[in-house]
Design a protein around this ligand. Structure first.
Ligand SMILES: NC(=O)c1ccc[n+]([C@@H]2O[C@H](COP(=O)([O-])OP(=O)(O)OC[C@H]3O[C@@H](n4cnc5c(N)ncnc54)[C@H](OP(=O)(O)O)[C@@H]3O)[C@@H](O)[C@H]2O)c1
Length: 239
């Protein structure tokens, strides 16, 4: 059985967990990675309960040794066929008050971690090929007042992914980026912004299933018709 890796997995009704669940349903042994053991265990239990194969691996995406070890584990179980970098927290705040540490932390998670993860994926996929996908946001495409740290690091991740796509396509490695242009109808918004979640639940947030479908669409594309990017937003989004 081939392997897949999803890093940036949290609660079950989050994008990372649902990506892991979908790729397990596609028949891969999924290595479910994130920083919190209990969250990973819950996602893995659901996958196994549905007849899939999954292994939790506590991994900080910004730690080089941990990311290398994650890929070692996945590669020892089977050919790494798909790898998804989903880690990335929004880091709001005006520039005038922002500490250098806050800015650097945002860049570490949204961009540097993507470099470590993408490099390891490329090393493992160099001979057999594979699919390497990244989660983007509105921030990937434009700067916005009050979001400078997040905008700059997500935009950097997007151009990094583009460079990887151009560098590695000839090796059969399909690198893609999914722009999630708006709030996700999931646990993160529910916990952080309960009032907004309540008001926006009638179609103003992006469905997790639709986002996961976009990842699967990129994964399934034939070598003769690859997209680098898919962007998603709701019908009512003002963009
Ligand atoms: N939520 C939204 O409205 C929204 C909108 C647009 C784009 N996005 C993008 O979607 C992705 C997240 O989706 P989501 O919001 O539904 O969250 P999610 O996939 O449910 O959770 C992402 C998980 O990543 C983990 N994580 C954070 N930093 C990490 C690190 N350094 N190493 C490993 N794991 C880490 C966190 O778990 P632990 O804290 O347990 O490690 C977090 O729960 C991000 O790339 C985000 O930029 C989200």
């Amino acid at each position: 059985m081939n392997s897949a890796i999803v890093i940036g997995v949290g609660p079950d009704r989050g994008l990372g967990a649902q990506l892991a669940t979908r790729f397990a349903a596609l028949g891969m042994h999924v290595f479910v990675a994130g920083r919190t053991q209990e969250k990973l265990d819950a996602v893995v239990a659901n996958i196994i309960g549905s007849g899939g194969k999954a292994t939790p691996v506590v991994t900080d995406a910004t730690n080089e040794d941990a990311v290398v070890s994650l890929f070692d584990q996945a590669a020892s179980a089977g050919t790494v066929e798909a790898a998804i970098y989903n880690a990335g927290n929004n880091t709001p705040g005006p520039i005038i008050d922002m500490t250098a540490d806050y800015f650097t932390q945002s860049w570490q998670i949204c961009c540097f971690g993507g470099f470590l993860f993408g490099r390891e994926a490329i090393r493992r996929m160099q001979h057999a090929g594979g699919t390497l996908l990244f989660t983007g946001a509105s921030a990937s495409l434009r700067g916005r007042a009050g979001f400078g740290a997040f905008n700059s690091s997500k935009a950097a991740l997007r151009t990094l992914a583009q460079a990887m796509a151009k560098e590695c396509g000839k090796d059969g490695i399909h690198v893609g980026h999914v722009v999630v242009d708006g709030a996700i109808h999931g646990e993160k918004i529910k916990q952080r912004f309960p009032d907004y979640y309540e008001k926006a639940s009638d179609g103003k947030m992006i469905s997790i299933e639709a986002i996961v479908d976009a990842f699967e669409y990129l994964y399934r594309q034939p070598k003769t018709g690859w997209s680098f990017e898919v962007d998603l937003r709701t019908a009512v989004e003002n963009w």
